[in-house]
Design a protein around this ligand. Structure first.
Ligand SMILES: O=c1[nH]cnc2c1ncn2[C@@H]1O[C@H](CO)[C@@H](O)[C@H]1O
Ligand SMILES: [Zn+2]
Length: 357
């Protein structure tokens, strides 16, 4: 069987890094804007709008990449809209063959029409429940604090109030340069004391110091992107890789890398897909995972992203199974349930498609 997009769509996939406000259906953005009298969209044609978002994202700067979120966040300011977006997110991921996903968003950005942060979280959780029921997908929610703002402690408390309802961990996102993870140390310490989970966007628009702080000061269990870890790896003329201390630490400790190749090309964290470090890191047996980041902004799905890796680097079905199992092992989900998904869903799913050991 050839490894085409249709085969990959059928394969069970695990997604650890996906932004709720970066993955709306274009038509939903248009519908919600009309409903709420939001008049700032550049067009009301769904295809044109999708193209507009991706053109805006693909400008080789994280700050520019993030500009498009102004519009998606603007139409996600009331319970019904938040619920609809979350429900459609679960449906779209399930249709794409995703069996487990962790989806993140920043509650502090959805307060413009009078909601409080608890109401925001409750609406999103309800949408995920509705969209994932009977669809063969499990969704965990990650709560993000914006790194340029000063609400992270409050957001961490919020996340912990909802940890028995589907919130599985905490993250920081937004412009990286100038906003080191240690600005939010008290938030991370709270999450640790509460025995919950931490992932941090680090090593995307800024390099090794950001990764080092995320891991060694803030106790991140996973790295959002982490691509810049290659700055600490040199490959000599014989093709042998030499790891610096931080690169060795990340590999030795099996720190999961939530890699998002297309998004990285758009934001300038990698020069092109062919030059993206994901293939080198996979060959060096880092704990690599494959993710979408922002399905709308970067015009990707898990299927398209995996297909691109197959086409660019010659990855096989066995490689796709490897990154999928890596991701499931790294999920912020109870161990027994992770194992059950690996043994009962992921392994049989790849076997059915002809994967060999
Ligand atoms: O790749 C990324 N790097 C940093 N921040 C991001 C990325 N993608 C999205 N966001 C930011 O996270 C917020 C909450 O979901 C989004 O509103 C966006 O500003
Ligand atoms: Zn991200």
């Amino acid at each position: 069987m050839s490894l085409d997009a249709e085969t990959i769509r059928k394969a069970p996939k695990v997604l650890l890094h996906d932004h709720l406000d970066g993955g709306l259906r274009p038509q939903t953005v248009i519908d919600l804007a009309a409903e709420h009298g939001y008049r700032e969209l550049p067009t009301t044609d769904a295809d044109d709008l999708a193209t507009w978002f991706t053109r805006g994202a693909d400008r080789k700067s994280l700050e520019l990449y993030l500009e498009g979120f102004r519009h998606t966040v603007a139409v996600m300011q009331d319970p019904d809209s938040l619920m609809r977006v979350a429900q459609e997110c679960a449906e779209d991921l399930a249709d794409d063959g995703v069996v487990y996903a962790e989806v993140r968003f920043a509650p502090e950005q959805h307060l413009e029409h009078g909601l409080d942060m608890d109401q925001v979280v409750e609406a999103v959780l309800a949408g995920f429940r509705k969209g994932s029921a009977d669809r063969g997908i499990t969704i965990g929610t990650l709560i993000t604090a914006m790194r340029h703002a000063a609400h992270s402690r409050e957001v961490a408390e919020l996340a912990m109030r909802h940890k028995d309802e589907g919130v599985v961990g905490f993250d920081i996102a937004g412009a990286e340069s100038g906003y080191p993870p240690t600005r939010h140390l008290d938030a991370f310490q709270l999450i640790q004391r509460e025995l919950s989970h931490i992932t941090i966007h680090a090593g995307e628009a800024f390099g090794l110091p950001s990764i080092w702080e995320a891991l060694q000061f803030c106790n991140a269990e996973r790295l959002g992107h982490g691509v810049r870890i290659v700055d600490d790896i040199t490959v000599d003329d014989d093709g042998d890789a030499h790891l610096g201390r931080l690169a060795a630490f990340v590999r030795d400790n099996r720190v999961p890398l939530e890699m998002c190749p297309t998004s990285n090309v758009h934001s300038g964290a990698a020069p092109s897909l062919a030059e993206h470090p994901i293939d080198l890191l996979k060959r060096l047996r880092y704990r690599v995972t494959v993710n979408t980041d922002n399905r709308l902004m970067s015009n990707v799905t898990m299927t398209s992203e995996m297909t691109a890796l197959v086409e660019t680097f010659g990855w096989t079905l066995e490689d796709l199974r490897w990154v999928t199992i890596n991701a499931m092992k790294s999920a912020f989900w109870p161990f027994d349930q992770r194992l059950a998904l690996i043994d009962d869903v992921i392994k049989p799913g790849y076997e059915a498609l002809g994967a060999t050991r």
